[in-house]
Design a protein around this ligand. Structure first.
Ligand SMILES: Cc1cc2nc3c(=O)[nH]c(=O)nc-3n(C[C@H](O)[C@H](O)[C@H](O)COP(=O)(O)OP(=O)(O)OC[C@H]3O[C@@H](n4cnc5c(N)ncnc54)[C@H](O)[C@@H]3O)c2cc1C
Ligand code: SF4
Ligand code: SF4
Ligand code: SF4
Length: 398
């Protein structure tokens, strides 16, 4: 009988890089290679492949694009923040990641979350068993994590410690991939899966190239990074690295992220830019809180929490003593990334052509200075309009 050949993606926007296919492959026939933009994509070694098609079947991203996740009538929505001001200040939103992970670590369970690895300048999904390491995973990194064997490490942990549970936090696509992998291994009930509201993931190699240029100019390596420092408040995050104790802004890189030029192709058709998810619980920023709950506004940040399953509701219930919270609803919590994906910039192809052919210095010049003021204003106005229009739309359809 002729051996079947799996097709993992035809176009680059069909693969989010979650690594579920490689994790499930019984022959270790799938490895990940960088494309020209520096995003990791699966590549099959057809000499090892036996044609079982398990890799195709496990692909949540393509399934969720084809059949959008159904509306969940049991969803519960909250505005929440840690009772600890220190935690809120050290976190990107209201500190829910710390609150939820404390609950797991205090009971001897484990956490898997994305840390910045200074030695290799990449973001990694890492198994964490103490609070010092957990604190290193705090904060949003606007770089796509390189998952490598992270899903297999979660499985190995659950096998090695049958009495323990794990909390895994990641983007919607990572968590949707892990959800199917754990179900296929009959381990899903031993994990609580938390996903983030997500604008998109920027190329990890673009970041490495950018930061190596900064390090070269400063003649030293970075020892600290933040994309969301709150010294001017949660809504005006400062973005910088520290080298030899000095702050160096990384604005060009973060502008490319916010403007959408540097995002993975899959992000422009992301099926997880909505309220309903495959996770147990979703966390993000509660943008617009000052309009819908002015008395709960905190200039240092408020988290949006959405529970989807009994496990998610139970976890939120268990941490209520450590947070301040208010009940919210589907209409009030809306923001662009719960409504539709970031749109693909009309000049994205030109950005990458320029980056590859003319180089980073040219792009820093062309895609920051010239676009900066006018387009940032346009983005702000666009976000305001989207929130306004989503609310009008929902009030008409209720
Ligand atoms: C790339 C990205 C885009 C985002 N876009 C939005 C958005 O458009 N709207 C919105 O409301 N919220 C967005 N968020 C989520 C938000 O910024 C906070 O991360 C979230 O609310 C958790 O904050 P916290 O205060 O609970 O804790 P924090 O301590 O800030 O927790 C950060 C959590 O994010 C994880 N994380 C950080 N970087 C990455 C990464 N690159 N990949 C995977 N996981 C990562 C960490 O492991 C940790 O679990 C985004 C996050 C990321 C990483
Ligand atoms: S989306 Fe995930 S499972 Fe699907 S092909 Fe890409 S890496 Fe593999
Ligand atoms: S078809 Fe089976 S053996 Fe081949 S790459 Fe996919 S999972 Fe691996
Ligand atoms: S926007 Fe969607 S596809 Fe892109 S990283 Fe976020 S969850 Fe994944």
């Amino acid at each position: 009988m002729e051996k079947k050949s799996p097709i993992l993606y035809k176009k680059e926007n069909e693969c989010c890089g979650c690594t579920a296919c490689a994790t499930i492959c019984p022959k270790q026939a799938i490895k990940f290679v960088y494309n020209s933009e520096g995003f990791l994509y699966p590549s099959i070694d057809f000499d090892k492949c036996i044609g079982c098609l398990k890799c195709e079947e496990i692909c949540a991203f393509k399934k969720d694009i084809a059949t959008p996740i159904a509306k969940n009538q049991n969803t519960e929505i909250f505005a929440a923040r840690s009772k600890s001001e220190d935690v809120v200040i050290s976190s990107s939103s209201g500190g829910m990641f710390t609150v939820l992970s404390d609950f797991f670590l205090d009971r001897g369970n484990s956490v898997a979350a994305c840390k910045y690895v200074y030695e290799s300048d990449k973001v990694s999904l890492t198994l964490i068993s103490d609070k010092t390491e957990r604190n290193e995973a705090r904060g949003s990194k606007y770089i796509q994590a390189e998952l490598e064997d992270a899903f297999s490490e979660v499985i190995a942990f659950l096998r090695e410690y049958p009495e323990k549970k794990i909390l895994v936090v990641g983007t919607g696509c990572q968590i949707a991939g892990l959800d199917l992998v754990l179900k296929s291994k009959k381990m899903r009930e031993r994990a609580v899966l938390v996903d983030l509201i997500c604008h998109g993931a920027a190329s990890s190699n673009l970041w490495k190239q950018y930061i190596q240029k900064v390090e070269g100019e400063q003649e030293n390596e970075i020892d600290y990074i933040t994309f969301k420092n709150k010294r001017y408040g949660w809504e005006k995050p400062s973005t910088f690295v520290k080298i030899s104790g000095r702050e160096i802004p990384i604005k060009p890189y973060s502008d490319w992220f916010y403007m959408g030029w540097s995002l993975r192709e899959s992000c422009y058709q992301c099926p997880y830019t909505r309220i309903d998810r495959n996770s147990d619980l979703t966390i993000g920023d509660y943008w617009g809180i000052q309009k819908v709950m002015p008395d709960f506004y905190d200039r240092m940040g408020v988290s949006l929490v959405i529970t989807h399953t009994d496990a998610g509701r139970k976890l939120f219930e268990s941490v209520k003593n450590n947070i301040d919270y208010r009940i919210s609803n589907r209409k009030d919590c809306l923001q662009p990334r719960l409504t539709f994906p970031q749109s693909r910039p009309a000049d994205r192809d030109i950005f990458w052509k320029d980056m590859l052919q003319k180089g980073m210095d040219y792009c820093i010049e062309k895609y920051v200075e010239q676009y900066d003021i006018s387009n940032k204003e346009k983005v702000k106005r666009f976000i305001k309009n989207v929130i306004k229009n989503s609310r009008i739309f929902l009030s008409r359809t209720r």
